[in-house]
Design a protein around this ligand. Structure first.
Ligand code: ATR
Length: 290
């Protein structure tokens, strides 16, 4: 993968300081993943978890500059709020309305969103190399769905159907980005026909996430045999949706790939070199076994 931004970082500036800001942050797998990557690349540095409460976010961002961090990831609940403290917002992140990666270039802070592009990269690598012309159904219309749908529009899909419990959010999103791809917003009650003709079904809702691991985001009878079914959830690695879909002969794709690839793109923004994706994936997988 080519980095979309040339790094101005040089090793002469010392160890590379990186981190992730969130609240809570205790369960994050990002430090394990990024520190393994830095080691594999032979880059001296450290990636640390930073527990930042919402009221401390502005000062925490200033501290990036004071302490000379090369960059940070930002996660829940800061992805939207952080934008007002940055000097530049990348075009894709501005459209999505959220930032998960900040790069410090000599005191100038730029915000990117690598969630959507990381997701699409892993979907293509793992289960669906060609998305052009495909009928894609996305369950959910929240922040995660926005990043993914925006990245999917670059793949020239045949149609994207957005299905949401609160139908108005799905309809508004389909209208907002209707010029980027053929899109429709649907209520859950209206969704069966779209799901029946789907080539790719993507769950972006939290239904099925630990501890509610038995739940399904749609009736299992709706899932066609042999399609691609993807779930953003990575705890558990195999959700009930993926279990049911696998039994129907579907190709399944879990959330681990998205997590790893959003991190890979972020690391490439910070270092300017290709991320060791296999090392990163293995580090996260190992940490689940601890
Ligand atoms: P994220 O950033 O993870 O997308 P979010 O912006 O809060 O989080 O969005 C959560 C999404 O999951 C929404 O689409 C939400 O539906 P609503 O817009 O109707 O709230 C969906 N979601 C969460 N819990 C759900 C449930 N029990 N059933 C159906 N959809 C659910």
């Amino acid at each position: 993968m080519k980095s979309t931004q040339q790094s101005e970082f040089t090793m002469a500036s010392g160890a590379m300081l990186l981190g992730v800001m969130g609240d809570p942050i205790i369960h994050t797998k990002s430090p394990i993943m990024h520190n393994a990557a830095l080691k594999a690349l032979g880059i001296e540095g450290n990636y640390v978890p930073l527990h930042i409460k919402p009221e401390g976010l502005e000062k925490a961002i200033q501290a990036i500059l004071t302490l000379g961090f090369r960059g940070v990831n930002v996660t829940i609940p800061h992805k939207v709020e952080v934008m007002k403290y940055l000097d530049h917002i990348d075009e894709g992140a501005a459209k999505v309305g959220a930032v998960n990666t900040i790069v410090n270039n000599n005191g100038v802070l730029t915000g990117y969103n690598t969630d959507g592009i990381g997701y699409v990269r892993s979907l293509k690598e793992e289960v669906c190399p060609e998305l052009r012309g495909k009928n894609i159904v996305v369950l959910g219309a929240g922040g995660a769905a926005r990043g993914i749908i925006h990245a999917l529009t670059a793949e020239q899909p045949g149609q994207i159907s957005i299905v949401n419990r609160t139908a108005s959010k799905a309809i508004e999103l389909a209208q907002e980005w209707g010029s980027l791809a053929n899109m429709q917003g649907l209520s859950e009650a209206e969704a069966q026909a779209a799901v029946n003709s789907a080539d790719v079904l993507i769950n972006t809702t939290s239904v099925g996430m630990h501890p509610n691991v038995g739940e399904l985001p749609l009736p299992k009878e709706w899932i066609p045999e042999g399609i691609v079914v993807s779930d953003l959830i990575y705890n558990p690695l195999m959700t009930e949706l993926l279990h049911v879909s696998a039994r129907k002969g579907c190709s399944t794709h879990g959330g681990l790939g998205m997590f790893v690839n959003q991190g890979a793109y972020a690391l490439e923004y910070w270092t300017g070199v290709d991320a060791p994706v296999a090392v990163m994936r293995e580090a996260v997988l190992q940490s689940f076994k601890l």
